[in-house]
Design a protein around this ligand. Structure first.
Ligand code: GLY
Length: 366
């Protein structure tokens, strides 16, 4: 078992990484003195796999458990779904001392966290992530929220969990495409923060499926990614400065997701293309070497993540979307750009010409 602490004064919490962490969940929750009533929020598929074991463990430890299921998918990440969680919380007389547990991927985690942040002005929140993306990124750091019809994650709150319980074995039931998409965030940590993690990814023979990873590398990937996220969040919880580096690859990535209406690429895939494009911008600016950018791209290719967008996507439309991005500050598009593997810088000094050139470089040929 490995424990990583996210250091945030009175909001500090542990990330517990262990094959038996579902069972350990209840004992940890008892240690934390969380109240008796627990509402487990999940989606039907995930609940089929892990609901019974989770509930059994909680009930055996003396918790009173109720559940709320939300259909899978980003389209359900709405305020209407949150209202339904509130209804279940009300019907089951949840109190301030009660706990909402998110059992699922990033969508479930973000929504459950937001419901926990707002119900009764804040009840306890515990994350049990079941996708690689949620394990290495979404479950740590307290970003919670839902989508507005006009944009992703526009409604939300910073609200830290009391505990993150990670069981790497849950990845066995994760579809391979989702696994690879989660790997994009792992590669991101290697490029922005942890050169040793990047070296481990480079050394691996294959990264495109959990089957090729082996227990040791999987453990390294999860632990070092969570450590990177914990380090960054501990230094800048509310994204006043440093935390923005976690958005590496996300500036162009989000624009691609939005332009393709979230249908062509899943999040990590768009981020992979965004990292390739950001690498090209850094090389154009002369702040990153071509050789290192190629090393990044090679790891992305080894993971069988996409590096190109379809030829019919409009470069101008991508630029337009960039202007409306959350990462725009004082009307300038901010980019996170590598300067060497393991280190990035934040800049708003990228000209539209350089951005256009980078976008053109990631467009497939006809
Ligand atoms: N996923 C980026 C962040 O948590 O800040």
């Amino acid at each position: 078992m490995q424990t990583i602490t996210v250091n945030l004064a009175e909001n500090s919490y542990d990330i517990v990484i262990a094959p038996g962490s579902l069972e350990q969940l209840s004992s940890r929750m008892k240690e934390l003195n969380l109240g008796k009533k627990v509402l487990v929020v999940s989606n039907p598929e995930i609940f089929d796999y892990y609901g019974k074991a989770t509930i059994q463990s909680l009930e055996t430890a003396g918790f009173e458990v109720c559940t709320h299921l939300i259909p899978a998918g980003e389209t359900h990440k709405t305020l209407q779904s949150i209202e339904k969680i509130y209804d279940t919380a009300l019907e089951n007389y949840l109190e301030r001392s009660s706990t909402l547990i998110a059992l699922g991927g990033g969508v479930i985690g973000d929504m459950t966290g937001f419901a926990a942040a707002t119900w009764l002005r804040g009840v306890n929140f515990v994350q049990v992530p079941t996708s690689l993306l949620a394990i290495v990124d979404a479950s740590v750091g307290g970003k919670t929220g839902v989508n507005h019809p006009k944009g992703k994650n526009l409604i939300g709150a910073f609200y830290q969990p009391k505990l993150v319980a990670i069981n790497p074995l849950v990845l066995k039931t994760l579809p391979e495409r989702e696994f690879r998409a989660g790997m994009a965030e792992v590669i991101k940590y290697g490029v922005i923060w942890d050169a040793d993690l990047f070296a481990k990814l480079e050394q691996a023979e294959r990264l495109d499926s959990l089957d090729y990873l082996g227990e040791e590398l999987l453990q390294t990937i999860i632990t070092r990614s969570c450590q990177a996220k914990a380090d960054v969040v501990s230094k800048d919880e509310k994204e006043v400065g440093l935390r923005a580096i976690l958005n590496y690859g996300h500036t162009i990535g989000h624009a691609i997701e939005s332009l393709t209406e979230y249908e062509l690429f899943i999040h990590g895939e768009a981020i992979a293309i965004g990292m390739v494009a950001a690498g090209k911008i850094a090389v154009s600016l002369g702040i990153w070497t071509k050789e290192e950018a190629k090393r990044q791209d090679d790891v992305i290719i080894k993971t069988k993540l996409p590096t190109k967008i379809p030829a019919d996507l409009d470069t101008e439309a991508i630029l337009e979307i960039l202007k409306g991005d959350k990462k725009v500050k004082a009307s300038k598009v901010r980019f996170i750009l590598p300067t060497k593997i393991g280190t990035v810088t934040i800049t708003d000094k990228v000209t539209p010409e350089i951005i256009t050139e980078a976008i053109k470089a990631v467009i497939s040929e006809h």
